[in-house]
Structure formats: structure tokens, C-alpha cells
Design a protein around this ligand. Structure first.
Ligand code: AGP
Length: 612
């Protein structure tokens, strides 16, 4: 999960490249580098560490080149180091490459090239690419497209995933790019063009983008772009105009992207609900064409995703089963794709992915399609890879989510899944109008209720100051509250590095309660009116064993007392996670801040897991 940027035009390339990397750092940040053509020589500057290290290199600001490529790395092959940082040149330093992805057959390619006399300076898989290009360039046919043909021949040898940018001192007027399974967008400017792993990195320069498809090549000049398919036949390509404004990808005065995105949730919900329904009108999804006959004849809905997106899927399952009575299962994409799942034309597979680039989720979608299932993608990024694989796509409209820890995308995914469930229920007529109408009303009230929750967090801050030095925490919930406990636990783990586990509250007594001892911190989520009393007794079991407790609830707990209770506004239990998750997001955020950690770019993580 690395970030790549490219520029060709009339401006100095270095500032464009550096700013692009800074906005892509959430994709990977253990090393960074740039390469430009300066006085017709390739100049590479790279090092271990953040992009800021690059900025501070003396000579980097003396580079006047107007063509360059750049990379910020999340190490897969070879530890973070200067040698392993991208860009990588071939031995003759005539070609230089940046790459996002994994070359699975790099060992055999290294052997082949070593036998041809090439030497390798790094431990990376990527370094085979520039040397392969050189090999084919010096052993290939001599014609106008020699550079492109050499790149294609090299890429034909690659197995795995890649988004590649190449420049050469032999052809200083162009950048060649190609992708498979890793994202790459081209921003079209006025006598300048931009390349990036995703849209926010270059959004401040243009709103006109080309979204490259798998196996598609582009030869990018400063005032034109040529597109080629996998047989190098040239074709034209439609431009996409992206409505996001550049500021929406900035911090707008917040200390961190994560905090900004937590506070953007009311608006993200408003935008995601959008015009999908209004009171008294049925739900509508223009982008999907699913009939009553089809829905009546499927025997299962399978929701497949990773991480937080999978947690949103759990909430979606609950809504679909309650409103539509269609058996619904949720699976982790990396498990689904290898379990030879029983999927056929009577299965509807729904894939949730904020980035739309998660390798496991995309692979799971391709598998289901190959088995005859209809596939529906839920994504936050227009034109992302998953949206181009799925039969249907519906979008959350949460705006760019930059922080690695997903917040507004999660709540937007949840609300969209519940609207989808209502949409199916209205088609199938499996739910009475009153229930649906009340649920719609509660959904429309969500933004205001989230704002209420955000305004009442002082108790939370007191509690997190008591516990932020702890090493273990436990999240408990039943039913829909267990789904939220899973998400709260993940948030805490991924940004505070505190070990935490989520348990179905009723499951505690079957073993995990052995972990509870005096002073242990337990967070309980209680919003399901039908399960509150049972959850209270489960939590009292840990209190009697000395646990300190934080309870997130919208229920009346009677005369039962806990150390800290955060009261939420009441809402329909199908959408209660959208409110109950907010204190958990802030809990994790404030603990990580108290520990002095980088909440937007946690260690070892990246925003989009585009490798297996
Ligand atoms: C969420 O906080 C994590 N960063 C991670 O679990 C993420 O949800 C997961 O990698 C899936 O990403 P996607 O939604 O872009 O597919």
C-alpha cells in the first residue's frame, strides 16, 4: 500500500511531487523518494522515513526539472531503508520506476536478469522492473514506440499487482504508466498532467481525471495523453469530473484528519442519505437494477469486506434479515476467497470497501462473479477498482477519508446498508409501511443526534485520562452492540496500540471472564432494549471482579450504577451503531493523543491495503 505521484508540465516538478506525497502518506510512510530528469540525467533523491525528511534535503529544492515521479512506501519486500526506498533505476540509470503493489515472481525475474549481467542494489521486488525495461529496450525491436514496447514487454513478465510510473532520459518528454490491481489516476491539466494513486493527492491541481483500468497503458506528455490497451492498440478514454473540492481533503483547522472526519459524520450521513428517500416516498437507487423476481429467488445474501467495512457489514446483515427476511452472512474477504464458498446465481454478494482498492475484497468479488453470483459494491471512491468489477455500485458520500482509522466511512456505510435493506424490503413488501416510515424518520434525525453526542463528551475525556496508560481493554455488547464493540475495539487497537478484545457479552462466562481482574477496563455498549437487562447482568459480573467500566447506552439503567455512563439519544436499534460508535471513536482518538501517537498514520498500517 504505497503512494505514487507523477508530474509533467511547465512548472517545477519537485513541489508538486512533494505535496502529492504528503497527501498520500496515509497510504504508506516508512520511506519516500523522488526522481526527476535534470539536464537530461536521472536524479534520484530518496531515504528512509517520512516525506518531511525528503523536503529537508538541501539539494532537492535546486532541482528545476518539470518531469518527475515520486513514491511513499509501505514496505513489503526489504526493510525500510534508503536502498529499498523508491524510485529505482536500472543499472545503466537510463530508466527509473516507482511501483505500488507486489511482484510475486520477482525472484525468478531477478535470477533471469542476474544471468544477463544485471546487479541488484536493493531487496525489493520493484527493482526488477527498470532492469527488465532496459533489457527489452536494448534487445527489442527498434521503432517509434520502443520505450512503450519495452515497458509492455517488461510488464508482460510480471505476476502480481502493480501501478507503475516510468520515465527515461532517452525519452524526456513523457511518463509511461500502467496498472493492474493497484490504483492509478491521471489528472488532466492545462499543458500539464498529473499522476497519483488516488484523487486527493492531485485534487488541488485539477478536477478532471482519467481512471486507468487494469492492463491499460498511458503515455503522458505535458500537453497530451495517449491510452493503449494490453495489445498496445491506442484508444480514447472518457474524462471524469470529480466534484470533491480540494479543501475537503484538507484538515480545515482540525489537529488531525481523524478528528475532522469524526466531526464530519453528521454531514457524511446527510450526503450519503442524499436523495435516496424522503418521508412518504420509497427508497431509490438509480445505479442498481434488481427486481422483485430476482430478490424473491435468491437464497442468500453474502456481505464480504475487511476490517471496519466488515463491521459495517455486520450491521447491514442485521437490517437485511430483520426487514427482508433473506438469510444473510458476513465474511472477511481474505477468508471468503480461500474457503471455496458455496456461491451461485442464487447468491447476491455485497462488497463494502471505503477505498475500493482492497486487494482481498476485490479478489473475493472476482471469485463470486466467476461462480455466477450478482455482485454489488459499496464504496466511497468514485471509479475505484471495485466499482469497475462489480455488477452494481452504490456510493457512500462521506467525502475523502484520509485518516487510516475509518470513522465517517463506517457510519456512512452503515446508513447506506440500512437504506439498501429498506429498499429491498419495499421491493419484496416484507415490511409494513409504519416500520419503514419510522425508520426513515430516525435516519433523517441522525445528523442532529450525532451532533448531540459530539457535544457531550466531557465525561469520556475524564474516563480516558484514567485509563490511557493501560495495556488491555475489553469491549462487551450483545446483538447489534456486539457489532459496535468489534468496531470500537479495532479503533482502539489501531491508533493507540493498546491490546483490546471485543466479546459478545453473553460469551464472557464461557472463558474470557478469566481475564477479568481488579482494575481491568471494560467498555459496555447497551442500546438494544430487548437485551439491556441481560447485558447489565453480564457487565455486573465484571464489576464484581473489580473491573472499572464505561457504559455507552440509550437505555434507562434503573438503579444500577457503573463508573462512567455516556447517555446517547434514543434511535431505532437498526441504526443505533451510528450513534454508539461515536464515543468509541473519540475514546480511541483521545487515548492515542494522550500517548503522543500519530493518530492519522498509525505504525504498520496503511489506508488502503492493496496487497494480500
Ligand atoms: C479501518 O479503521 C482500518 N483502517 C481497516 O480495517 C479498513 O477498514 C480495511 O482495511 C478495509 O478498507 P476498505 O474499506 O478501504 O476496503
Amino acid at each position: 500500500m504505497c503512494g505514487i505521484v507523477g508530474y509533467i508540465g511547465n512548472k517545477k516538478a519537485v513541489p508538486v511531487l512533494i505535496n502529492g506525497l504528503l497527501s498520500l502518506e496515509y497510504r504508506g510512510y516508512d520511506s519516500a523518494g523522488i526522481a526527476v530528469l535534470e539536464n537530461n540525467e536521472i536524479v534520484v533523491m530518496k531515504d528512509k522515513g517520512r516525506v518531511a525528511n525528503l523536503q529537508n534535503m538541501d539539494e532537492i529544492n535546486n532541482l528545476n526539472s518539470s518531469i518527475g515521479i515520486a513514491h511513499t512506501r509501505w514496505a513489503t519486500h526489504g526493510k525500510p531503508s534508503k536502498e529499498n526506498a523508491h524510485p529505482h533505476t536500472d543499472n545503466s540509470e537510463q530508466f527509473v520506476v516507482v511501483h505500488n503493489g507486489i511482484i510475486e515472481n520477482y525472484n525468478e525475474l531477478r535470477e533471469f536478469l542476474t544471468k544477463k549481467g544485471y546487479k541488484f542494489l536493493s531487496q525489493t521486488d520493484t527493482e526488477v522492473i527498470p532492469n527488465l525495461i532496459h533489457y527489452y529496450y536494448t534487445n527489442g525491436i527498434d521503432d517509434d514506440d520502443k520505450f512503450l514496447r519495452a515497458v509492455k514487454s517488461a510488464v508482460d513478465d510480471l505476476k502480481g499487482s502493480y501501478a507503475i510510473e516510468v520515465i527515461s532520459k532517452l525519452h524526456p518528454d513523457r511518463i509511461i504508466v500502467v496498472r493492474k490491481d493497484s490504483p492509478l489516476v491521471i489528472g488532466k491539466g492545462n499543458k500539464e498532467n498529473f499522476i497519483a494513486s488516488d484523487i486527493p493527492a492531485i485534487l488541488s491541481h485539477t478536477k478532471d481525471f482519467y481512471l486507468l483500468d487494469d492492463y491499460e497503458y498511458a503515455v503522458i506528455f505535458k500537453d497530451s495523453i495517449k491510452f493503449f490497451d494490453n495489445t498496445l492498440i491506442e484508444h480514447s478514454k472518457a474524462i471524469k469530473n470529480i466534484e470533491w473540492d480540494a479543501t475537503s481533503a484538507e484538515k480545515n483547522g482540525f489537529e488531525d484528519y481523524m478528528l475532522k472526519e469524526i466531526y464530519e459524520q453528521p454531514n457524511a450521513i446527510r450526503e450519503t442519505v442524499g436523495s435516496r428517500f424522503s418521508l412518504g416516498e420509497k427508497c431509490s437507487f438509480d445505479d442498481i437494477d434488481i427486481s422483485k423476481e430476482y430478490l424473491s429467488n435468491i437464497d442468500k445474501i453474502w456481505i464480504i469486506a475487511c476490517g471496519t467495512a466488515m463491521h459495517a457489514g455486520l450491521v447491514g446483515k442485521n437490517a437485511i434479515e430483520k426487514l427482508c427476511r433473506i438469510p444473510t452472512e458476513v465474511d472477511i474477504a481474505s477468508e471468503f476467497r480461500y474457503r471455496d464458498p458455496i456461491v451461485n446465481e442464487k447468491t447476491l454478494c455485497i462488497y463494502i470497501s471505503q477505498s475500493g482498492e482492497t486487494a482481498d475484497t476485490i479478489a473475493a468479488l472476482k471469485l463470486a462473479k466467476s461462480k455466477g453470483a450478482k455482485t454489488l459494491a459499496v464504496s466511497n471512491v468514485i471509479g475505484s477498482s471495485i466499482t469497475r468489477e462489480a455488477d452494481y455500485t452504490i456510493y457512500t458520500h462521506a467525502g475523502p477519508e484520509i485518516a487510516v482509522a475509518s470513522t465517517k466511512a463506517y457510519t456512512s456505510q452503515v446508513v447506506l446498508m440500512v437504506i439498501l435493506a429498506m429498499y429491498f424490503a419495499e421491493i419484496l413488501e416484507t415490511c409494513d409501511e409504519k416500520t419503514i416510515c419510522e425508520l426513515k424518520s430516525d435516519i433523517l434525525d441522525l445528523p442532529t443526534k450525532i451532533e448531540t453526542v459530539l457535544d457531550s463528551m466531557e465525561k469520556l475525556e475524564k474516563f480516558e485520562k484514567k485509563v490511557y496508560t493501560e495495556h488491555d481493554m475489553y469491549f462487551l455488547g450483545r446483538g447489534i452492540d456486539y457489532d459496535v464493540a468489534l468496531e470500537g475495539s479495532l479503533k482502539l487497537k489501531e491508533i493507540s496500540y493498546i491490546h483490546s478484545e471485543a466479546y459478545a457479552a453473553g460469551e464472557l462466562k464461557h472463558g474470557p471472564i478469566a481475564l477479568i481482574e481488579n482494575g481491568v477496563t471494560v467498555i459496555g455498549i447497551l442500546t438494544d432494549p430487548d437485551l439491556t437487562l441481560k447485558s447489565i447482568s453480564n457487565i455486573q459480573e465484571v464489576v464484581t471482579r473489580g473491573a472499572k467500566t464505561l457504559i455507552i447506552t440509550n437505555q434507562n439503567l434503573g438503579n444500577v450504577t457503573f463508573d462512567y455512563v455516556i447517555n446517547l439519544p434514543e434511535t431505532n436499534s437498526l441504526i443505533s451503531p451510528i450513534l454508539s460508535v461515536v464515543p468509541l471513536q473519540l475514546f480511541a482518538y483521545y487515548i492515542a493523543k494522550n500517548k503522543g501517537l500519530d493518530v492519522d498514520k498509525p505504525r504498520n498500517l496503511a489506508k488502503s491495503v492493496t496487497v494480500e
